[in-house]
Structure formats: structure tokens, C-alpha cells
Design a protein around this ligand. Structure first.
Ligand code: XMP
Length: 503
């Protein structure tokens, strides 16, 4: 039977980072003086527009802590149980750079053995001693342990060794300046905060002030705790995961699937943004790669939209399924829906060099998410591997066989690729691969090079701020010959630079 002609399926040219360069413009900008603050979601801004990927070889608590200290943000992966992921959120939220609002405490009748165990578990060197109503009775530190022989720890009580009231304390609303001067004046390391009834409401430590000075750009919440995000799914136990993470103090929930333009995802966003248990938390949803996909997430109420289908270094979606949109075009298309709505975009995946950050921002992103460049850092999960005398770390796609296969354990990763119903590991269709990336040392050094590159981009374009960069940035499209010219050429024996390695 006759059928109507199909619409032409080859409408648009798709461009990615290597297809474009930013044109230099008139400038009197000094690279070290630019401001890279940008929006992650409707309500959260970051001093450094970098986010670490929700992958099990990139972001657990240690990476999330390091990212927030550098002024970016880590998204904890979801390839683990709800309890384990909530514990990771708790670890980040307890790593202080300000005042501690719910300090770990101990009762006066606990033994020194219990004190030692609690200090070890929470990696702290001293605890406020409180009664069941939280009245502050004293303070006990590791030092107090040292004067009691270990053999007597099981029988000696905290009340026998603690420093009793009157203690130097501060009121709940004490300013940071007042707290510092009190601690200095009395040569103390800890300042318990109490209310009018003498109940413990918080704690300030000298160590936290040192950290604040060491990490001046750290991403923090209103109480001075580090910001953290966590990935969730869109069905099954996703709601339980979301509410448990919110209870643990997560700041950004990231419903994260390979194609976020899906009904279940939109239902999830609507529920998260309307339920009293979760609606105060920012929702960064993805991934999409078209204007319509981004519009659907915006309409459902997302506070941020994550863009990227297939650009990742370990992704095989584009070859396995033949689906995706080159990243510069994907970001630009999504921005046509997001910018009018005031919803920021995270450009997720595909960044190979620092110059790609500014390209993503000019295309329409507000921050970028990075996997492979951070997977090689000291703070990412996994051990160092040595190959041919060089150091590497394992890095794998969340749609790789290794991440999706359960091997007898529960797998939490395969529903990202809509394969939760596949029972046998043999029947999984992977959309990612496993491999290794060069070891890059501490995250701080990597972020320094990435942001340093961004500062240089802003100097060339003549932009002091990210909004200015987005306004002034203009691309030139290049050819394969142009790309060849961009990289070092006609030279042998290239020496590795901290921000460039020959591919
Ligand atoms: P980069 O290029 O920074 O990309 O390594 C990280 C991003 O890649 C996505 N991702 C995947 N995409 N199959 C995919 O198609 C996978 O197995 C996979 N694992 C991660 C993800 O968006 C991540 O942030």
C-alpha cells in the first residue's frame, strides 16, 4: 500500500569540541583576575565550574570532598547500596570547613575503649561530652586517653578523664571572627557552641579554620558544610534512595539515565520537586542531547539539565546504538530550551583538554562534568596499576560489562541503560568499555591546570566573568587540517606537559 513520504532524517550538522575554536577578541583581561563563578543549578553556584562524574571509578566520598574543597562539586555514583551511598554523603557533610552543626558526641559513662572506637570511626581527635538532653558536661580528647594505661581503658569512664565545665564556649550565633579570637585567646582547639540552656548546638575547631584558609573557594552550604551531589535512578528503589540521601544531607540529587527524555524520568523529577520530603533539594536531571529533551526536563521542574549522549571517552552508545549528538551542537540545542527558562546546563562528557571547558561554556553550558580527566587522580576510587613502568588507574564506563554485570552481587548500574530487566549477565548489551587512564596525581593539581586553561581562554576572548565569556565567545569552524595544526606538529620526542599529552 502507498505510504506518505518520511521526513528527511538528515537535517542537521553536528559539531563537537575538535570541530571548533574560539576566536581571539580585544582584551585587557589579566588571566589571574578572572571570576569563574557559574551556576550549577537554579540555586547553587560554584566558584569553579567543574563537576566530577557519577562513575564508580571517579566519585566516592574522597573525590567529592576534594572537588568541593577546590570550588567544584562531586556527584557520588549509584553503583552501590542505598546505605553505602548515604554513608558517603554523610562523610562529605561531616568533613568540615566551617562550623559543625551536629557534632559527634559521647556520654560521661562511656568507657575509654568506646571513646577510642568512636574517635577512630569518625576520624576525630576529641568529643564534647553530653547528657541525654544534650547538656554540655565537658570535653574529652585523644590526649586524655594517653594518661591512662591501655589495660584500664575498658574500666575507666569518660567522666574520670574529661575536662569539666566551666569550659570556654560560644553562643549559637557567634561570628567566625569572634570564634577565632576566643580560640586564639584561650589557646584552645575546639569551641563548643551552646544555647541559653547550656545544650550543645554545634562545634567549631581550629582545624576547620585552617581548612577554610587553605581552600578559600570551597563549595559550601549555608552552615559551612561542603556541598555534595548524588546520582539516583528513576524507578524501582529510586525513591527510597532519594529520600535516604536527602536525610543524609545531600544537596543535589541527580536522576541519571542514558536517555533522560523518558516518561519515568519526568515523573521522577515531578515527584522530587513536589514532595515535601525532597522538594527543597536541587534536582539536576539528564541526560539529553536535543532541544526537545531539555525542554521536557525543564517543564517537569528540573533545577539543572545535564547534556551528553555518547560523547564520553568510555562510551560506545554512538557505535552500539548509532545514537547521539556531537557535544557542542547538543549543548547549543539544549540551551535553546534552558536559557529562556533560567535553568543551567551541565555539559557532560567528551572533554579532553582544558580548552574544551570554554568551548562548552560558549556553546551554552554553565558547568562541565568530567570523568576520564579525574579518573586518574589520587582521590578517585581504585588502586594504581603499573604497565610498562608507567602508572595508571582503572577507568570504566557505567554501561561497561564490568559495571553492569552483577557477578553474583546486586548490580545497580544497568538501569542507567534501561536494562534492569536483563537477568543474565551474558545477555547484557554494553554501551561502554573498561580501560585505564594515566595517573595524574592529586586532584588539586589537575583542577589547577583545567581552571588555568579556562583563565587563559577568558583572557583571549576578553571576558572577566563566565556570563561575559558566553556573550563574547564566537566559534570558528575548523577542518581536519586545522585540527592537525592545533596540536603540536612537526616535532619528534614531545615531552609530556602537565596539561598536554600526545595522543
Ligand atoms: P568523559 O569523556 O569525561 O565522560 O570520560 C564521562 C561521562 O560519560 C558518561 N558515561 C557513559 N556513557 N556509556 C556511555 O554511553 C558508558 O558506559 C558511560 N559511563 C559514563 C557519563 O555521562 C559520564 O559523566
Amino acid at each position: 500500500a502507498a505510504q506518505p513520504a518520511l521526513p528527511a532524517p538528515f537535517a542537521q550538522l553536528g559539531l563537537t569540541y575538535d570541530d571548533v575554536l574560539l576566536q581571539p577578541g580585544e582584551t585587557d583581561v589579566i588571566p589571574s583576575e578572572v571570576d569563574t563563578t557559574s551556576r550549577l543549578t537554579r540555586e547553587i553556584s560554584l566558584r569553579v565550574p567543574l563537576v566530577s562524574a557519577a562513575m564508580d571509578t571517579v566519585t566516592e566520598a574522597r573525590m567529592a570532598i576534594a572537588m568541593a574543597r577546590q570550588g567544584g562539586l562531586g556527584i557520588l555514583h549509584r553503583n552501590l547500596s542505598i546505605e553505602d551511598q548515604a554513608y558517603q554523603v554523610d562523610l562529605v557533610k561531616r568533613t568540615q570547613t566551617g562550623r559543625i552543626s551536629n557534632p559527634v558526641t559521647i556520654g560521661p559513662d562511656a568507657t575509654l575503649e568506646e571513646l577510642d572506637e568512636r574517635c577512630g570511626r569518625y576520624r576525630v581527635s576529641g568529643l564534647p561530652v553530653v547528657d541525654p538532653e544534650m547538656h554540655l558536661l565537658g570535653i574529652v580528647t585523644n590526649r586524655d586517653l594517653r594518661f591512662t594505661p591501655v589495660a584500664e581503658w575498658a574500666t575507666t569512664l569518660v567522666r574520670d578523664v574529661m575536662t569539666h565545665q566551666p569550659l570556654i564556649t560560644g553562643s549559637e550565633d557567634i561570628s567566625s571572627e569572634e570564634a577565632t579570637s576566643l580560640l586564639r585567646q584561650h589557646k584552645r582547639e575546639r569551641l563548643p557552641l551552646v544555647d541559653a540552656q547550656g545544650r550543645l548546638t554545634g562545634l567549631i575547631t581550629v582545624k576547620d579554620f585552617v581548612k577554610s584558609e587553605q581552600y578559600p573557594h570551597a563549595s559550601k552550604d549555608a552552615s559551612g558544610r561542603l556541598l555534595v551531589g548524588a546520582a539516583i535512578g528513576y524507578f524501582g528503589d529510586a525513591w527510597e534512595r532519594a529520600t535516604t540521601l536527602v536525610d543524609a544531607g545531600v544537596d543535589v540529587l541527580v536522576p541519571d539515565v542514558a536517555n533522560g527524555h523518558a516518561r519515568l524520568m519526568l515523573d521522577m523529577i515531578r515527584r522530587l520537586k513536589s514532595d515535601p520530603a525532597t522538594r527543597h533539594v536541587q534536582v539536576l536531571a539528564g541526560n539529553v542531547a536535543t532541544r526537545e529533551g531539555a525542554q521536557a526536563l525543564v517543564d517537569a521542574g528540573a533545577d539543572g539539565v545535564k547534556v551528553g549522549v555518547g560523547p564520553g571517552s568510555i562510551c560506545t552508545t554512538r557505535v552500539v546504538a548509532g545514537v547521539g549528538v556531537p557535544q557542542v551542537t547538543a549543548i547549543y540545542e539544549a540551551s535553546l530550551a534552558c536559557r529562556p527558562a533560567g535553568v543551567p546546563i551541565v555539559g557532560d562528557g567528551g572533554l579532553q583538554h582544558s580548552g574544551d571547558i570554554a568551548k562548552a561554556l560558549v556553546a551554552g553550558a554553565d558547568t562541565v562534568m568530567i570523568g576520564s580527566l579525574f579518573g586518574g587522580c589520587e582521590e578517585s576510587p581504585g588502586e594504581l596499576v603499573f604497565v610498562g613502568g608507567k602508572q595508571f588507574k582503572v577507568y570504566r564506563g557505567m554501561g561497561s560489562l564490568g559495571a553492569m554485570a552483577s557477578r553474583g552481587k546486586k548490580s545497580y548500574s544497568k538501569d542507567r541503560y534501561f536494562q534492569a530487566d536483563v537477568v543474565s549477565d551474558d545477555e547484557l548489551v554494553p554501551e561502554g568499555i573498561e580501560g585505564r587512564v594515566p595517573f595524574r596525581g592529586p586532584l588539586g593539581a589537575v583542577v589547577h591546570q583545567l581552571t588555568g586553561g579556562l583563565h587563559q581562554s577568558m583572557f583571549y576572548v576578553g571576558a572577566r566573568t563566565i556570563p561575559e565569556l558566553k556573550e563574547r565567545g564566537r566559534f570558528v569552524r575548523i577542518t581536519t587540517a586545522g585540527l592537525k595544526e592545533s596540536h603540536p606538529h612537526d616535532i619528534a620526542g614531545i615531552v609530556e606537559a602537565p596539561n598536554y599529552s600526545s595522543r
